[in-house]
Design a protein around this ligand. Structure first.
Ligand code: FAD
Ligand code: SF4
Ligand code: SF4
Length: 478
């Protein structure tokens, strides 16, 4: 077991073994094997224990990365787990799906010339080990405090808040319109990035802690928002953003052109053993088809890689900018290319061709122009550069906007920003309605799991502070 740190000068970077692309294409299992203990310790020992750790600064949760790397290098895994879980509600999930190249690892100082410490893989290893050895236990409040909170949305923001508030002794009720807990962790993100039992394990732990889940409960006409407000001492809205951005152009309404989340949800449900009529009918199944995915973000990457696994005849990703300017993680592009996806850079769809069903996409080449006010290069079509791609399934992955929440909840006083997200006080997380807080994508716009966790934890602390000041009942457990 290595005892000294600063081993980056001697030891090269090594990630956990990655499965062979041919094997990956055949199933929906995660693509990285578990870190072997000796390799995890050796990789952790590469850290140079910076006085000002930029990895920590650029982790949205400000995880104490250098300390848990040192403890891992020394084989003190239980202490490493205590530290990793002190700031992160779901470290095994972040270790798997954070875009580390843009966050902690992308800012590791040894990256220049030596390749960064594999922080995410070590975080995953620490917590997976903690689960295997029984160190991860359901939170147990010291005493019930006689107060109750309602959380709308069982995604990472809602779940992180639920855990923090239950720890403080609240009766915690989580309401979700879906039949399973996890939000996009369960129905958006595919199993090859995050296996579903990892999410279900967290659901079980929260249920064991006494968090009460009300599933299949859509807040709106069936379950009035006002009723929940009356039922609880404070409410958290963590409903995410689900309105898919659309494209125009002739033929865009043809059958066979589908939104990304419908496609991914059907695939995830199928994998979970549900009966999915649109999958069974072939509408949302890529098997044997020529698939064109439009978009360049993480959702597009998940779609192309899902289509490959479903046995598509060909999978192309059409993106109007180039590789260097795409919003998705470079690591995911590389994984997709290894698995046989073809990227058609600097190209945008113009029209969708077909009679009863889409049969082809007519596209045009784009070139990058001058930067706009945001500093991003604009794109413009190259005249006369049209080309046609065969396509029996076109998946639109252009991002998400918030739904009209005041309308859906029947609460016109719920104030919005000009982007349609919920307006909150950035310090207190409270919306325009007293005692109603909000966190996650519904406040930030489509973002990341790690930010949802951070917001959920911070909002929980603010809800606690507000309830202490405002609720009539005294808090017994302090
Ligand atoms: P969500 O996870 O969206 O959860 C919201 C929950 O609220 C849902 O369960 C929903 O059913 C429920 N809800 C909504 N309305 C109501 C209502 N009226 N009544 C009751 N319940 C309601 N991030 C990463 O960090 N890494 C990735 O690799 C990554 N991949 C992604 C892939 C895809 C395909 C997508 C779409 C997103 C991805 N993201 C990724 C982003 C990440 O999933 C989100 O930022 C994160 O899940 C937001 O958490 P949340 O809790 O705010 O919302
Ligand atoms: Fe890196 Fe994400 Fe873990 Fe933070 S939570 S250390 S950003 S993998
Ligand atoms: Fe270690 Fe890199 Fe973080 Fe420095 S920036 S503490 S070397 S992981």
């Amino acid at each position: 077991m290595p005892e000294r740190m600063l081993q980056f000068v001697r030891l090269p970077q090594q990630t956990p073994d990655k499965r062979d692309p041919a094997a990956r294409r055949a199933d929906f299992r995660e693509i990285y094997a578990d870190f072997q203990p000796a390799r995890a310790a050796a990789q952790a020992s590469r850290c140079s224990q910076c006085g000002v750790p930029f990895c920590q600064v650029h982790c949205p949760l400000h995880n104490n990365i250098p300390d848990w790397l040192k403890l891992t290098a020394e084989g003190r895994l239980e202490e490493a787990y205590e530290l990793a879980s002190a700031t992160n509600s779901f470290p095994e999930i972040c270790g798997r799906i954070c875009p580390q190249d843009r966050l902690c690892e992308g800012n590791c100082v040894i990256e220049k010339g030596y390749d960064s410490v594999t922080i995410g893989a070590v975080e995953r290893y620490i917590t997976d080990t903690a689960f295997d050895r029984g160190w991860v236990r359901a939170v147990a409040p010291r005493a019930e405090n006689g107060l109750s909170v309602g959380i709308i949305g069982a995604g990472p923001a809602g779940l992180a808040a639920a855990e923090q508030l239950r720890r403080l002794g609240y009766a915690v009720h989580v309401y979700d319109r879906y039949d399973r807990v996890g939000g996009l962790l369960i129905y958006g993100i595919p199993g090859f990035k995050l296996e579903k039992h990892i999410v279900q394990r967290r659901h079980d732990l929260l249920a064991a802690a006494g968090v009460q889940f009300h599933l299949g409960a859509e807040v709106g006409p069936d379950l009035p928002f006002g009723e929940l407000r009356a039922r609880h001492d404070a409410l958290l809205i963590a409903t995410g953003v689900y309105k898919a951005r659309d494209i125009g152009g002739p033929g865009v309404g043809l059958p066979g052109i589908v939104p990304a989340l419908d496609y991914l949800t059907a695939s995830n449900r199928q994998g979970l053993g549900d009966t999915v009529p649109d999958f069974a009918s072939g509408m949302l199944d890529a098997a044997g088809k020529n698939v064109v995915v439009i978009g360049g973000g993480d959702t597009a990457m998940d779609c192309v890689r899902t289509a490959v696994r479903q046995g598509a005849a060909s999978v192309k990703c059409l993106y109007r900018r180039d590789r260097a300017n795409m919003p998705g993680s470079m690591r995911e592009v590389k994984n997709a290319e290894e698995e046989g996806v073809e990227f058609v850079w600097l190209s945008a769809p113009e029209a969708f061709l077909g009679d009863d069903c889409v049969a082809a996409v007519r596209a045009v080449r784009m070139r990058l122009g001058l930067p706009d006010a945001s500093g991003r290069q604009t794109v413009e079509p190259v005249e006369g550069s049209h080309f046609t791609l065969p396509a029996d399934l076109v998946i639109k992955a252009l991002g998400f906007d918030p739904e009209d929440l005041p309308g859906a909840f029947g609460v016109p006083d719920l104030a919005l920003t000009r982007w349609g997200t919920l307006k909150t006080d950035h310090r207190t997380f409270m919306t325009s309605l007293p005692g109603v807080f909000a966190a996650g994508d519904i406040v930030r716009g489509a973002s990341l799991v790690v930010w949802a966790i951070r917001d959920g934890r911070d909002a929980a602390a603010q809800m606690h502070a507000w309830v202490r000041q405002n609720a009539a009942v005294a808090i017994a457990a302090e």
